[in-house]
Write a protein that binds this ligand. Structure first.
Ligand code: HC0
Ligand code: SF4
Length: 574
């Protein structure tokens, strides 16, 4: 431990502590902008590029960035001297001098760290005026929107993409005033190996990185009397949407979410969870087939489109191991435009399927050419949790006062196994519940597989099923997935089944969720809420979902059969 003094407060801190962290221990606030410490997922952005956290250190001529300066024995720090305050304000004013001042119409209005900081520092006037950078905006992917004019060069996106996701999409291109954080050769995002996980969006402090919005398209469809617009809601949004309306992270707002969708004009409000149960019966069947020698092990879950794009780019030699199951929301789209349309005699051409997702990659996924029947796309639009909240506000709904309503049926019925899809480990846990019962023919007493739960980047478990020791691996975050796949490719590790989710924590921390502003306790609260929801469900195994059983009886036939393959399965491209 070493002794230091900050603003006349004496304290002891461990070696290696930065001034910023030491100040936090003494409850002293030092403003920051580029700094971000997501300890739980091993991401620290320590570029010290914004210089907003400058403080005075006794005996040093220059001001020191608190986020990147380690304490030393006897250090004396002052955070609020005239010089430090002036320097901090100047740094922000210089950033603002090259920043569009269109806050009123900016997507991040109210959620922007730069805006918050300008207010916090009492900046009322931008003293420096000069040239402003303008760059090409990029919406080439239809998923992720880049507006480099709003980039403040904090490099959080770079740290997230390079170190956590190991995709290496961004770096600083050009020099001096021309410098921009961009993909190599300034390629359009759709031509890069970006997986559209949206984790860079989650940590971008401004609106330099956001999602391509489809709110206007969805309104257009809702106002078109010729269209039959239906909604499906992802497992993870029901425990996060409330945050947009001042409720606590993890508050379950399923009933109000359904009520809001009805009031926005959706003809039917269905649940992706129904399709998650369908995914499990198909995937469990495929897993058992592979255990019986029909196909290669391990089987990899395939419901995360960002992860699918990652394996296609990075491990093309392993493309025979992901399950061929489509993701639940894509299965839902196919079911809605066939089974549902036929059962209720609705022209599939008129059906518009809108997925409300915590995810940005789902916007890319729906455009993949294999997800079409004839000229009809399985899913028409994806909007994020944040875009959905925006629509609720635009419609003037008082969200917290809405009554709790139930999903429509039959595509609104689901089990506890489906809701945990939204958390890392949830898909494999759901699959195990079904596979166990189908293999043993016995009822599973304790349905909870605690070893695969939680935010840890990599988890494993061995589950005894009959005389087999089934080895399970679970990775979340693409960097963790990469390590796991390298070992599998090189024959260093063996698993029977693996779940991978691209976002650290799974969909609860998707790139389209309400911003966590660096507080991962929010993500933990969402995660716990999903397991609570599972516990509260009368049915907790996918194969017991009566609406799923009915659909197979009436329409699809055999699980894993010909029609199931046509509607519910896919293939991958190198
Ligand atoms: Fe997910 Fe999904 S669980 S990917 O994380 O599998 O986005 O929530 O909707 O499709 O069900 C996201 C969340 C989904 C899908 C489901 C899966
Ligand atoms: Fe990297 Fe994901 Fe952002 Fe793409 S979306 S640049 S893969 S962090």
């Amino acid at each position: 431990m070493i002794n230091i003094t900050i603003n006349d407060i004496k304290l002891q801190v461990p070696y290696g502590t930065t001034i910023l962290d030491a100040a936090k221990m003494a409850n002293i606030h030092i403003p920051t902008l580029c700094h971000l410490n997501l300890h739980d997922i091993n991401m620290v952005n320590r570029t010290a590029s914004c210089r907003v956290c400058l403080v005075e250190v006794e005996g040093r001529r220059n001001l020191a960035p608190a986020c990147a300066t380690e304490c030393f024995e006897g250090m004396v720090v002052k955070t609020n001297t005239e010089r430090a305050i002036r320097a901090r304000r100047t740094m922000v004013e210089l950033l603002l001098s090259d920043h569009p001042t269109d806050c009123l119409v900016c997507e991040k209005n109210g959620n922007c760290d730069l805006q918050r900081l300008a207010a916090e520092l009492g900046i009322r006037k931008i003293r420096y005026e000069g040239e402003k950078s303008t760059y090409t905006k990029d919406s080439s992917s239809g998923a992720l929107y880049r507006n480099p004019d709003k980039c403040i060069m904090c490099r959080r996106c770079e740290t997230m993409c390079n170190e956590v996701q190991t995709c290496g999409i961004y770096s600083a291109v050009d020099r001096g005033f021309e410098t921009v954080v961009a993909p190599a050769f300034n390629l359009p995002m759709i031509d890069t190996q970006c997986t559209f996980c949206g984790q860079c969006v989650s940590v971008c402090p401004t609106a330099a990185l956001t999602e391509v919005s489809y709110v206007d398209k969805v309104w257009e469809a809702l106002f078109d009397s010729e269209k039959y617009v239906i909604a499906q809601t992802a497992p993870a949004i029901r425990v996060a949407l409330g945050e947009e309306f001042g409720l606590n992270p993890g508050d379950n707002v399923t009933g109000k979410m359904v009520a809001a969708l009805r009031r926005l004009g959706f003809k039917k409000v269905f649940d992706t969870n129904f399709a998650a149960d369908v995914t499990i019966v198909e995937e469990a069947k495929e897993f058992i087939d592979r255990l019986n020698g029909k196909g290669r092990l391990p089987i990899l879950t395939s419901c995360c489109p960002s992860w699918v794009k990652f394996i296609e780019h990075q491990f093309p030699e392993l493309l025979d191991i992901p399950s061929t199951c489509k993701s639940p929301h894509m299965m839902f789209g196919a079911i809605a435009k066939t089974y549902f349309a036929e059962k209720f005699n609705i022209d599939p051409e008129k059906i518009v399927v809108v997925s409300i997702m915590p995810c940005i990659a789902k916007k890319y996924e729906i455009q993949r050419k294999e997800f079409k029947h004839g000229n009809l796309q399985d899913v028409d639009y994806v909007i994020t949790t944040r875009e959905f909240a925006r629509m609720i506000r635009e419609a003037g709904l008082d969200f917290t006062k809405l009554p709790d309503e139930d999903f429509d049926n039959p595509l609104g019925e689901s089990t506890g196994a489906a809701v945990i899809f939204g958390a890392t480990g949830g898909v494999i846990e759901a699959a195990l519940r079904t596979a166990y019962e189908w293999i043993t023919g016995e009822s599973l007493g304790n349905v909870e597989f605690n070893e695969v739960r939680g935010l840890k980047g990599f988890k494993e478990a061995t589950v005894k099923i009959k005389d087999m020791d089934i080895k399970i691996g679970v990775a979340n975050g693409l960097g963790n997935a990469r390590k796991l796949l390298e070992d599998i490719r090189d024959g260093k590790r063996f698993y029977h089944a693996i779940e991978i989710m691209a976002c650290p924590g799974g969909c609860i921390n998707g790139g389209g969720q309400p911003y966590h502003h660096g507080n991962l306790d929010i993500v933990k609260a969402r995660l716990e809420a999903l397991y609570k929801l599972d516990k509260s469900k009368p049915l907790r195994k996918s194969h017991e979902n009566p609406a799923v059983i009915q659909m197979y009886k009436e329409y699809i036939g055999e699980i894993g059969g010909e029609k199931a393959h046509k509607l519910l399965h896919t293939h991958y491209t190198k």
